[in-house]
Design a protein around this ligand. Sequence first.
Ligand code: NAI
Ligand code: 13P
Length: 347
Amino acid sequence: MTADQAVLEQQPSRRLRAAVLGAGTWGTTFAAVMADAGCAVTVWGREEKVCRQIADEHRNEAYLPGLTLPDGVTADLDARRAVRDADLVVVAVPSQSARSVLEPLRDAIAPGAVGVSLMKGVELATDRRMSEVIAESLDLAVDRIAVVSGPNLAREIANRQPTATVVASTSDETSRLVAQACASSYFRPYTNRDVIGVELCGAVKNVIALAVGISQGRGLGYNTMATVITRGLVEITRLGLALGADAETFPGLAGMGDLMATCASPDSRNHTLGGHVGRGMSLEEAIVATGGTAEGVKSCRPVLELATTLGVEMPITEAVVRVLYEGLPVEDLAPLLLARPYKSEGL
Ligand SMILES: NC(=O)C1=CN([C@@H]2O[C@H](COP(=O)(O)OP(=O)(O)OC[C@H]3O[C@@H](n4cnc5c(N)ncnc54)[C@H](O)[C@@H]3O)[C@@H](O)[C@H]2O)C=CC1
Ligand SMILES: O=C(CO)COP(=O)(O)O
């Protein structure tokens, strides 16, 4: 047994308390994961009906139909009360609303609390990653923040299908605490110190999944899909390295693992939305038809802005931005990418 495993397998000295902000698909699922790992979990959501159903009936029919939540999950309509005693403040709202949800809670969180991001997006107004938004909004030191990201399609996990994830923090103590709070017989966390890389992988894979969806909506097959995924990983890696990420993160669970899951699954909202666009819907029609939070739609522009500022080429991301926001016809996307100058394969 490695030292890391030994720490993960230690029982906490007391039952950890977690508050989950966001009662949608992933917030509710992760609440169940943490309850199965032994935590006492309180979910806060802005929808009264959803919160009452979680608290009274252990169900969330709007987001996880047919599922019974573990007894360790309850809900509270008052966010300040939900976070007051929490060891972990877990954030699972859409990325663009994280700051407005968190700022009013700054003086309500417990001293020593750890902030956990489950979100996979970049803030449109500031180009900030979600751990940065949490640090600023809650006034938390970076070593009290962890990011959870990996091939984690919520519905599969809600049905306790096995998967693994990455818990990233600059502090080993923080990442181990969060890993301990979510580890179970079906959910295996790996710790990682590369917060930048793990977060970028989670946000940019959504943009690549939009591109794959568009190509599949156009009737293109597996060769195209594999090309977009593989070259997509190259552009995620390029951006990550320019921002100081660790090269080892990108072929891992948060990188290739999540790209594969998101680009292959019909459950992915980004992949599904791309499919609608590829079949000819406008962006507005595709958002309505998809439902739920498809983060790539908003994150693609700040990601491209970051890349442009750093002089990093991200042709797939750029093509997605042009289709979604600049009127590039979907049939011109592949010819545009294939007409780029020939080059050697590496980064
Ligand atoms: N669903 C999945 O399989 C996974 C999702 N994620 C990430 O988790 C985050 C949340 O996604 P989901 O739970 O799937 O989305 P969802 O669409 O299922 O739920 C979003 C929740 O946020 C709430 N919300 C929306 N706007 C809000 C606002 N302004 N203030 C407060 N609450 C607001 C909604 O009422 C809803 O409860 C996203 O960043 C997503 O990329 C990450 C891994 C897996
Ligand atoms: O992040 C996810 C799986 O890891 C979920 O993907 P979507 O947000 O596209 O549904």
